[in-house]
Design a protein around this ligand. Structure first.
Ligand SMILES: C[S@@+](CC[C@H](N)C(=O)[O-])C[C@H]1O[C@@H](n2cnc3c(N)ncnc32)[C@H](O)[C@@H]1O
Length: 217
């Protein structure tokens, strides 16, 4: 019998998902990096954008706010996070297609113009990181783009110490590969060239990097 896949919930191993939105605002300089991610994502009318690991829906809602004519799909394995996302979308009066599933289910949501994920892969086991990133590329149309915002290699000793808080709440096993440069290496393999961050922000919980990688066949 195959085991049911598990996941680390949005606010980590010890806190309620209901506290996630407040936590991320307090601990990540959220407005700064989300606004940079939206600028890079540059949503356009008629585009379909898939948000992998959408959690409580904050980014998906911001995409709709920036471009109401974009079609947005939010994918997450956590029913509780999706319930919060649905409620927020109802209050904002926006239509988003919420789906229950893991990053490695992304291809089934495609083809889409842009695939984005924020603060997800640092809390995913290494095989899930590999399969999830590959599925995101597979979900993008040829010429489409993949956007990853997450804790990756840290920019300084101080940022490396700050990231230890995230390692405490999300567990060392899943977070350590990100600090060791897993995202840079794996994204490089997937697009066939050296990849470095398009944007970096030092935060109270470590450096958050944004990578923009086109799908090239
Ligand atoms: C820290 S939260 C980030 C939520 C949202 N993307 C944001 O920017 O606020 C991480 C989310 O990833 C989801 N997650 C965990 N493992 C996952 C996986 N293997 N595939 C997709 N999502 C996953 C969790 O359920 C959680 O909602």
């Amino acid at each position: 019998m195959s085991e049911t896949p598990t996941f680390t919930p949005a606010a980590g191993r010890f806190a309620s998902t209901k506290l996630y939105d407040r936590g991320v605002a307090l601990l990540t300089r959220e407005r700064r990096w989300r606004s940079a991610l939206l600028d890079l994502l540059d949503p356009k009318a008629g585009e379909t954008i898939l948000d992998v690991g959408c959690g409580t829906g904050s980014l998906a809602l911001l995409i709709k706010e920036r471009e109401p004519q974009a079609n947005v799909i939010g994918l997450d394995p956590d029913a509780q996070a999706l319930a919060i996302a649905r409620e927020k979308a109802a209050v904002a009066g926006v239509a988003i297609d919420w789906k229950n599933g893991f990053a490695n289910d992304a291809e089934a949501c495609g083809p889409v113009d842009k695939v984005v994920s924020s603060l997800v892969f640092h809390q995913v086991p290494i095989e899930g990181k590999r399969a999830g990133l590959a599925a995101m590329f597979a979900a993008a149309t040829t010429g489409g783009k993949v956007f990853i915002a997450d804790y990756a290699q840290q920019t300084s000793w101080i940022m490396r110490q700050a990231f230890r808080f995230i390692q405490l709440i999300d567990g060392r096993a899943d977070t350590q590969p990100n600090a060791d440069g897993f995202l840079e290496t794996e994204l490089g393999k997937l697009c066939g060239r050296k990849v470095s961050a398009d944007y970096r922000l030092d935060t109270p919980t470590g450096t958050i990097s944004i990578f923009v990688v086109p799908r090239i066949d």
